[in-house]
Write a protein that binds this ligand. Sequence first.
Ligand SMILES: CC(C)[C@H](C(=O)O)[C@@H](O)C(=O)O
Length: 501
Amino acid sequence: MASSLLSPSFSSFLRTKKDLPLYAFSSQRCFKAVPKRIRCSVAAPQRQPSTTGSVRTAMTMTEKILARASEKAQLSPGDNVWVNIDVLMTHDVCGPGSIGIFKREFGEDAKVWDREKVVIIPDHYIFTSDERANRNVDILRDFCQEQNIKYFYDIKDLGNFKANPDYKGVCHVALAQEGHCRPGEVLLSTDSHTCTAGAFGQFATGIGNTEAGFVLGTGKLLLKGPPTLRFVMDGGMPDYLLSKGLILQIICEISVAGATYKAMEFVGTTVESLSMEERMTLCNMVVEAGGKNGVVPADSTTFKYIEGKTFLPYEPVYSDQKARFLSEYRFDVSKLEPVVAKPHSPDNRALARECKDVKINRVYIGSCTGGKTEDFMAAAKVFLASGKKVKVPTFLVPATQKVWMDVYTIPVPGSGGKTCSQIFEEAGCDTPASPSCGACLGGPKDTYARMNEPQVCVSTTNRNFPGRMGHKEGQIYLASPYTAAASALTGYVTDPREFLQ
Ligand SMILES: CC(C)[C@H](C(=O)O)[C@@H](O)C(=O)O
């Protein structure tokens, strides 16, 4: 690696790197392999507060993960620390840029720090004839071949996604399904919805291309520890609510800037009762409140989901009882009603029933937020309960190839063995499309279900900014899969209780 090619900040880091013992950069999980005390004293010869044996201050789980990953005994909000990264993910939109920066800064022949810790998932602009979008995937492929990247979920045949057994689809859902989400670890990726993986009790956050270029070369990143907001959600989940409703409620309460550079920790009996997919939905939209990361303590639900998906050891951490939280918010979930976020901001709250006069042109069910297996099962439940047909075009975009398979194979409870796909067909929905991010963020003009007209859409996705799904005058109502399906059946924004009670 030619250090003369490096920018000042990169080269000063590398000087530090030279002084550190080798094991800090090995592919092993060094906090497991090396006793903490030895690590600290070798890496930092001067006595630090963390090595004096003084009683440590209570920490939140986010602080603990970052402390451990930076080989410190203690971390307080605001501390800047060099964090060892467990997984770095990138996709077709940001991968080429990150690779370009990596090559520019570390040299054309540089190798990534660990070929088994880099995960590359084409997912955004896949099923399009847009040449630049297609070229992005080619750049990823060339890089993965050159670097012998272990986890590259490639797609070559755009005409038939099933002909690409490695292809997954939406990165945040694929990361979980493929066992890349492990409690206590640090996962970074060039996508703001990386916070989804906090559902597994890990520190997961989105980074920029420049940072990703740096991580590709070093496996480290300088991160500032965020303070934590704690959300305690208790009470039985009403059977017309999904966790999309919970996170919309929270964002509306604290605003789109309410958690800027803060961790959002979700606890309480309701959270404990949620499935992994529902926890993922909760953490997924943390960034819509400005959050640095979302986190749910790992429990038996987490361990069961992970079982068989990864063979790497992991070590969960939990907030200390006396951990300091910046604020605490409490919700009695049993009293909540279905909400939507009206155009053009995820915190533009209204009760679904307050919008019953809003006429809509289409419904979209898909994305990392609302395109998981359970999201389709929820929508199918509403269609099944109504026995009616949809009144507006209803687009279904499974997040991943596995979700697509589930839609076609898993029987919906109470349906006499029908699959979601059968129920959707009977209800008159569009045939489930090839898995990808689809029209969640507009995409090239020929993207399936893109809003090319100034229409009104109820969507299970995460953002409703002007132009988000295509047309800049389009109007997007963010909603749960229950509310989206109910709205499809009436042609108006509809409270799902109309069909579920
Ligand atoms: C393309 C990518 C940079 C972007 C993000 O990071 O959020 C996208 O995934 C989105 O949802 O808007």
